[in-house]
Design a protein around this ligand. Structure first.
Ligand SMILES: NC(=O)c1ccc[n+]([C@@H]2O[C@H](COP(=O)([O-])OP(=O)(O)OC[C@H]3O[C@@H](n4cnc5c(N)ncnc54)[C@H](OP(=O)(O)O)[C@@H]3O)[C@@H](O)[C@H]2O)c1
Length: 236
């Protein structure tokens, strides 16, 4: 399949590499390919410059966001920084129309001016915006009614999303939420190809609220454990 990954951050790279390994044609989206390839410094998360990463992952095509989305047969993964995702995706709505958009972004506002900060080893915990009564997943779905938005992947690090068996032999749970049953089936099939065996459909795109708001709990557990982990839903 031809699959687009919008985003050159650590998460986008994890999906791009795994999809290529699985035999897909991968189109990675960025704002300006020339500028992205010219970078010589690690990004804010410490990922090596994209060009350096690309030398170890030949065959992955880097394109402007809209062209990458156009190149996809059906599946497009959104790995654009949460604060900028809505505007960026809205600008390429024509190229996304009719496709499945898997959104794993968290709408974080960094360095927030807040009354009760949560200090972490990497600085103050960012603030979710929107939160509680709305979510980024819903905002994207409202702005792009011709796109089938599925919120997923967001509840853990993308390194383990693409390789679930690295945690507890793969015995943990991934979630999907969205309006379109066919789109959720397509995402579940992709997750199965990654190695997932427990994918829970939590309902409509409104459930993106809970998935995004889980980010704080995910950070708390990650800080307590000091490493990657998965979450298992134990049914009655
Ligand atoms: N990494 C994970 O494991 C993980 C897990 C769960 C959720 N998330 C969430 O998923 C989202 C993506 O995370 P990530 O780590 O893969 O990447 P990221 O570093 O958060 O974002 C990288 C992408 O955002 C784009 N971007 C940054 N500023 C922009 C702007 N002003 N306008 C348009 N695009 C802009 C960059 O474009 P260029 O390519 O042009 O630089 C790049 O493609 C974030 O919201 C993050 O919180 C990440």
């Amino acid at each position: 399949m031809k699959i687009a990954v919008l985003g050159t951050g650590g998460g986008g790279r994890a999906h791009a590499a795994r999809l290529a390994e699985l035999g897909h044609d991968v189109y990675v989206g960025t704002r300006d390919p020339e500028a992205t390839l010219a970078r010589t410094e690690p990004d804010m998360m410490g990922n090596v410059p994209y060009k350096e990463w690309l030398t170890d992952h030949p065959g992955i095509t880097l394109l402007p966001f809209g062209e990458a989305a156009s190149a996809a047969d059906n599946l497009v993964i959104n790995g654009i920084d949460g604060h900028n995702a809505l505007a960026t995706l809205t600008a390429i709505s024509d190229q996304l129309a009719g496709k499945v958009l898997i959104d794993y972004a968290v709408p974080y506002l960094y360095n927030p001016d807040i009354e009760h900060p949560w200090p972490t080893p990497w600085g103050v915990m960012p603030k979710l915006d929107p939160c509680d009564t709305d979510s980024l997943g819903e905002q994207i779905q409202r702005a792009l009614p011709d796109v089938k938005v599925v919120k997923s992947f967001v509840t853990q690090e993308q390194e383990t999303v693409v390789n679930p068996k690295a945690i507890g032999g793969g015995d943990h749970t991934m979630f999907v939420a969205g309006q379109d049953a066919g789109a959720k089936k397509a995402v579940t099939d992709l997750l199965t190809s990654y190695g997932w065996t427990d994918v829970l459909d939590v309902g409509d795109i409104v459930c993106a609220r809970g998935m995004e708001m889980y980010a704080g709990m995910h950070s708390a557990i990650g800080l307590a454990l000091g490493g990657h982990f998965g979450v298992k839903v134990v049914r009655r």
